[in-house]
Ligand binder design. Structure first.
Ligand code: PPS
Length: 304
């Protein structure tokens, strides 16, 4: 797939308020079909705020379920087709792109279906709850999440333009990001976990610290029996450097992303915020964080 000719100057979408959550058209245009989506009891949802480790966990899930039985899909189907993005509805006829997440999920022939969403908890289609589907939520500390999102908005032409870092920083604190406030998102899903037992809440930082242990916990949640050898093998396959050079996992096949500006697999680190935040920004951030994050049971690590 070729890159858009005028990628640098392509018009960027505008944010608007959607029931209290900042959104862009690409994620609301197919709203009714998304909300009426019919889940199956064995569907597995991977839910995240953007840039929290969605692709990492999607790839782990795909390997756990299909790595042994359908190894060919690892070298032939991009991760975004194996684990479709439920709410996306984006088309660009010039580039031959027509992504309607709901339809892509419906056309999956594998079982279970692995489904990606960035929806805040209150927007998840109700059929998933009714069928008591397993949900894996991945959260990443706000500072690194913000930095990753900034670089993503620079390189992804279907996202709003990030503007200057200082402005982006402020917008993130104000929750004016696509899919809304990080604070509301991670909190909303955390509160849900208290009443919905089929929700496994993971942290990017834990995955970075001990990937194999996190895979083990994930298997236990999913009820999967996976041998230590296979678990170790998957741990190797999903290391950052391996995913970065894997064209079926690194998004290099998507024309709307400008890898010359920033790669999708950028650094994959905990603590990169230190290279972006000024001291003043860090103080502002920490003060604001205390006001917004009141639940003492939800703790993030910003360094390992
Ligand atoms: S998206 O667009 O919301 O689906 O993006 P998402 O996949 O959630 O997040 C992308 C960030 O995750 C990093 N990543 C990884 N880090 C470490 N190890 C592995 N295997 C890995 N895979 C993805 C990716 O590099 C992005 O983070 P940054 O900090 O920008 O590098």
């Amino acid at each position: 797939m070729s890159k858009p000719k005028d990628m640098g100057s392509a018009p960027r979408p505008q944010l608007f308020d959607f029931d209290g959550v900042a959104m862009i058209n690409a994620f609301t245009d197919n709203w009714e079909n998304v909300q009426n989506f019919q889940a199956r009891p064995d569907d597995i949802v991977v839910a995240t705020y953007p840039k929290a480790g969605t692709t990492w966990v999607s790839y782990i899930l795909d390997l756990l379920y299909f790595g042994q039985t359908a190894p060919e899909r690892q070298t032939s189907i991009p991760i975004y087709a194996r684990v479709p993005f439920l709410e996306i509805a984006y088309s660009n006829p010039d580039e031959g792109i027509n992504f309607v997440g709901v339809d892509i999920v419906k056309n999956l022939t594998t079982s279970p279906r692995l489904i990606k969403t960035h929806l805040p908890v209150q927007f998840l289609p109700k059929s998933f709850w009714e069928h008591n589907c397993k949900i894996v939520y991945v959260a990443r500390n706000a500072k690194d999440n913000m930095v990753s999102y900034y670089h993503f908005d620079r390189m992804n032409t279907v996202q709003p333009a990030p503007g200057e870092w200082e402005d982006f920083f402020q917008r993130f604190l104000n929750g004016k990001m696509v899919f809304g406030s990080w604070y509301d998102h991670v909190n909303g899903w955390w509160q849900k976990k208290k009443t919905y037992s089929n929700l496994h809440y993971m942290f990017f930082e834990d995955l970075a610290e001990n990937t194999e242990l996190e895979i083990k916990k994930l298997c236990s949640f999913l009820g999967l029996s996976v041998s230590p050898e296979i678990r170790q093998h998957i741990t190797g396959q999903v290391q950052f450097d391996n995913m970065k050079k894997n064209d079926m996992a690194n998004y290099s096949t998507l024309a709307v992303m400008d890898f010359k500006t920033s790669p999708f697999m950028r650094k994959g680190k905990v603590g990169d915020w230190k290279n972006h935040f000024t001291e003043a920004q860090n103080e502002t951030f920490d003060e604001d964080y205390k006001q917004k994050m009141k639940d003492p049971t939800l703790n993030f690590r910003t360094l390992l």
